[in-house]
Design a protein around this ligand. Structure first.
Ligand SMILES: *[C@@H]1O[C@H](CO)[C@@H](O)[C@H](O)[C@H]1NC(C)=O
Ligand SMILES: *[C@@H]1O[C@H](CO)[C@@H](O)[C@H](O)[C@H]1NC(C)=O
Ligand SMILES: *[C@@H]1O[C@H](CO)[C@@H](O)[C@H](O)[C@H]1NC(C)=O
Ligand SMILES: *[C@@H]1O[C@H](CO)[C@@H](O)[C@H](O)[C@H]1NC(C)=O
Ligand SMILES: *[C@@H]1O[C@H](CO)[C@@H](O)[C@H](O)[C@H]1NC(C)=O
Length: 523
């Protein structure tokens, strides 16, 4: 036994001892469980002051981070909303769920798997969903998985229906479907916006639980922003002078030696009224400098807008008795190596903020963790933080309906580092080798998927392998390769230089390829 595991056992024993002492001395009352609030931001990469971004204006998230455990290298399993959320909320990888698009519901398509909120509901919690938590539509049975996941029907803001409508006034006052869409609330349907409605409902819910004082609650609050379009109250724009977004990144060229299959042509950005007449060359662009700066400014202003609403939500919570987790469902490229939007296996599309605040592990100043974590880790971690029976690991029995493929971060929060080196596995599907409009290679439907890109983030590297994938039986052929990428994060945190052609990296490349196949195989 190593010293570290001896220390672990001792602490576990101590923990059990304290727990039992507490339980027996108050045998008459059931254990007091904390409330849990899971906050999901749509398409949020770590453009937060707390993550060291000098251009961000996120005072409320930064204040939250002050009392939180902040994971600086957390990764999404797929940089697309529905698959990422299905994975986060069932605790299973997209490959296990066989869900890579928006059009299937895991319970009928793969397995009747227990979700994170359902686990809490089954253990005596009152569970409630506000805003975009599950992806709406077919992928959550048009019910946000109610009633299995939630104690009451999920709240969807009534203005959500206008998300893709022409609601952005142009200079003449004509309403357009613009990408960049600062607004005055009076001009908007019902004079409000979806996230304003969702936060009001979340606060109403929290207040109602205070007076009743019954079972603890699990509240999931899903913000719609900063997802495009960038529609926010226009005053937030004034915090972000445009010139600072011109030279946002020095890295504005497509990586040399990048396989074409890795590229996402950001079709959703091109399709908006304010971009579709700009003649952005397909598939590689570029987007003109002025418009590029405006996209970044719009993204940052959208983040500032939801930060403000997040502050209002926090004011309503009793943080003494509430575990709060804040995360983004995946990242977003803001022009790094000439890329925009999500839809890829690049670091900027996969890395997300992940912050945990727990009354059991209070901190007076942000505690940063550099270890590699995945959104899959959230389910088992929250279960442990609430003191519920630990979530079994799926590895022991993949057929199990209630299990998780992630690892609990509980011992890290306790101050015990984990000994082995962790990696993050992400993936992205493509319909072919080249970027295409039809089928849309940014978000192929399951039946069109021909290639899967598996991406491994280790401490030092990102290694990505694009291989033949059979959508009929969800199998892959490791020998049929369409692209291979290796980026060394010590020298190239922007992933600008694919090292695969360089013979001096052959050993690393082969070692990472074996590791990748192992990780995919065992999941
Ligand atoms: C799915 O599981 C839930 C319990 O987790 C159960 O109530 C339900 O009947 C199951 N549905 C099917 C189709 O097996
Ligand atoms: C899915 O929705 C249908 C109604 O459209 C309903 O009959 C069915 O029970 C739902 N499935 C689950 C698992 O909730
Ligand atoms: C951005 O950099 C270019 C040269 O690289 C320079 O000409 C320009 O003035 C800079 N713009 C701003 C707003 O700093
Ligand atoms: C875009 O291309 C079309 C057709 O080639 C041309 O008529 C139009 O003027 C171009 N627009 C801009 C803004 O360059
Ligand atoms: C999956 O289907 C493909 C194409 O039909 C076939 O070549 C492959 O052998 C199948 N793989 C497995 C594991 O069944």
């Amino acid at each position: 036994m190593t010293a570290a595991s001896a220390r672990l056992l001792l602490l576990l024993w101590l923990w059990e001892f304290l727990f039992f002492t507490a339980t027996f001395s108050e045998a008459a009352t059931p254990p007091q469980r904390p409330n849990v609030v899971l906050v999901i931001f749509d398409d949020l990469r770590p453009v937060l002051g707390a993550y060291g971004d000098p251009l961000a204006s996120t005072p409320y998230l930064d204040e939250f981070a002050q009392g939180s455990h902040v994971f600086t290298r957390a990764y999404s399993q797929q940089s697309l909303c529905a698959p990422s959320r299905n994975s986060l909320l069932t605790g299973r990888r997209p490959d296990t769920l066989h869900l890579y698009d928006f059009y299937s519901y895991w319970r009928t398509f793969t397995g009747n798997f227990t979700t994170l909120p359902q686990y809490f509901k089954d253990h005596g919690y009152y569970t409630y969903s506000c805003g975009k938590v599950f992806h709406p539509g077919l992928s959550s049975n048009n019910t946000d998985d109610y009633p299995l996941s939630w104690s009451a029907p999920a709240f969807r803001p009534r203005t959500e229906q206008f998300m893709n409508s022409p609601v952005c006034p142009d200079k003449e006052g004509i309403l357009r479907k613009n990408l960049i869409c600062p607004v005055e609330l009076q001009t908007q349907p019902y004079k409000t916006l979806p996230d304003i409605e969702s936060v009001a409902e979340a606060l109403r819910f929290v207040e109602s639980r205070k007076t009743r004082n019954r079972e603890p609650f699990f509240l999931a609050m899903g913000f719609h922003k900063p997802h495009i379009n960038f529609r926010f109250p226009k005053q937030f724009l004034s915090r972000f002078p445009l010139p600072q977004f011109f030279n946002y990144t020095e890295d504005t060229l497509k990586p040399p030696n990048m396989p074409a299959v890795a590229w996402n042509p950001y079709t959703d950005v091109r399709a908006r009224d304010d971009f579709k007449h700009s003649n952005i060359s397909f598939p590689y662009g570029p987007i003109a400098r002025h418009q590029a700066a405006q996209i970044r400014q719009g993204y940052y202003a959208s983040v500032a807008y939801v930060d403000d609403l997040f502050g209002k939500l926090m004011e309503g919570l009793d943080l003494e008795n509430t575990v709060v987790v804040v995360l983004g469902d995946h990242g977003w490229s803001l022009g790094e190596h000439a890329e925009w939007a999500k839809y890829s296996n690049f670091e900027v599309a996969l890395r997300v903020p992940l912050m945990i605040r727990s009354p059991q592990f209070p901190v007076s100043q942000t505690k940063f963790y550099q270890g590699i974590t995945e959104l899959l880790d959230v389910f088992p971690t929250l279960v442990d933080l609430a003191g519920l029976p630990a979530l079994p690991a799926c590895q022991e029995d993949p057929q199990k309906l209630t299990c998780g493929e992630g690892k609990s971060l509980y011992f890290q929060l306790m101050g015990l580092g984990l000994a082995d080196e962790h990696v993050a596995l992400s993936q992205y599907p493509r319909p072919g080798m080249l970027p295409t409009k039809h089928p849309n290679s940014d978000k192929p439907k399951l039946r069109n998927i021909k290639i899967m890109g598996y991406s491994l983030r280790t401490d030092l590297y990102r290694y990505t392998l694009w291989v033949r994938f059979h959508a009929q039986n969800f199998s892959r052929d490791w020998h049929d390769v369409y692209g291979e990428e290796l980026y060394d994060h010590r020298l190239d945190s922007g992933e600008e230089m694919n090292l695969v052609p360089l013979p001096e990296f052959d050993d690393v490349r082969q070692r990472l390829r074996r590791r990748l196949m192992e990780v995919v195989g065992s999941s």
